[in-house]
Design a protein. Structure first.
Length: 254
């Protein structure tokens, strides 16, 4: 039996856990950071809390006798990805990163790419705009430095405390969001700028397609640099990689 720890927080992590849950040859634990108040039910054992840095993760891997570490965290969870890579090296266990590919702009898209949230605030400019923030509740605080804009802020959990600006509307919702609904939301609130992360995948692509159709500029946060570890782009490829790891362990008599 291969003991697998999946560092989750993405739909791919949940899907991979479901793919492995019915296989007697795998013991799977899905670790969530606990940032989401009401996480979706998972098909495997779930651990909710942090590890306390690299040393804490190394200790957990040793005490739980984890055989393989899967980093299926969000593409923007750079700190956790770095901790996972360092911990796997220290514990001398294999690591696999499950990283969905980023979106690619086409000729009809109007993207302004920026390195970080502060640059996104500056990219909005000084003239008042109607801004749709779709970057998650952890990153909205810097936009208080630009109170001249009207903000529509969507997040899985409520923004507490609210953003310190005169005009902000909040939507609490969990994806997926389709193109038609996103176009309706953008039109209803007369949005003229969208701030987004290049998360990849289909669940939140609707706003990108809607912005293209409506001719709206998207201020796109570039992905952070992530550790150079073995990686795949799909749940199916991750499951195949783990099947191969199981066979390799069996061949070695582990």
């Amino acid at each position: 039996m291969l003991n697998i720890l999946i560092l989750g927080g993405t739909s791919e992590a949940r899907q991979l856990a479901g793919e492995l849950a019915g296989k007697a040859s795998f013991k799977v634990t899905l670790s969530l950071a606990g940032r989401t108040v009401s996480p979706i039910a998972q098909p495997v054992q779930v651990r909710i809390r942090g590890f306390g840095g690299v040393d804490g993760l190394v200790k957990y891997l040793a005490t739980q006798r984890v055989d393989v570490l899967v980093d299926a965290t969000h593409p923007y969870a750079a700190t956790m990805a770095a901790h996972a890579a360092d911990a796997s090296a220290s514990a001398n266990i294999p690591i696999l990163a499950l990283r969905r590919p980023p979106w690619k702009a086409n000729a009809a898209d109007r993207w302004t790419e920026v390195a970080n949230v502060d640059d996104a605030v500056r990219a909005l400019g000084t003239a008042p705009r109607r801004v749709f923030l779709t970057i998650g509740r952890q990153e909205v605080r810097p936009f208080a430095a630009a109170p001249q804009h009207r903000y529509l802020i969507r997040s899985v959990d409520p923004i507490q405390p609210p953003l310190d600006v005169p005009h902000a509307t909040y939507i609490v919702a969990r994806g997926p969001f389709n193109d038609a609904d996103e176009r309706a939301t953008i039109t209803e609130y007369r949005i003229d700028r969208i701030v987004a992360k290049n998360s990849g995948g289909s669940a939140t692509y609707g706003k990108i397609a809607a912005a293209r159709a409506l001719g709206i500029t998207v201020i796109m946060l570039r992905r952070p640099a992530l550790p150079a570890v073995a990686s795949v782009e799909t749940v199916q490829d991750a499951a195949a990689w783990l099947d191969h790891a199981l066979v390799s362990d069996a061949d070695r008599g582990v």
